[in-house]
Design a protein around this ligand. Sequence first.
Ligand SMILES: [Zn+2]
Length: 81
Amino acid sequence: MQTIVHILFNALPLCGFTTERPGNWPAGQRWVSHDDRAPLPADHVYCEDCVEERDNVFGRHEDDEELLEEAMPDSSEGAPT
Ligand SMILES: [Zn+2]
């Protein structure tokens, strides 16, 4: 079973799927701190609602922008002269 990782802020998941403390969450639900960007194991996936909320509340992380730029082809190279 895939483990859903929620993003915790003030002891609650950002998506608000529960008001329980993490110790009382259903099986398969885990959490990380809102500023923890450590890579997740392959069978873990972030809760999309939590990620969206985090971007709304905290803004995009600088590392995310850099990763996006690296993925984009460099338009200045290969241009006809
Ligand atoms: Zn969530």
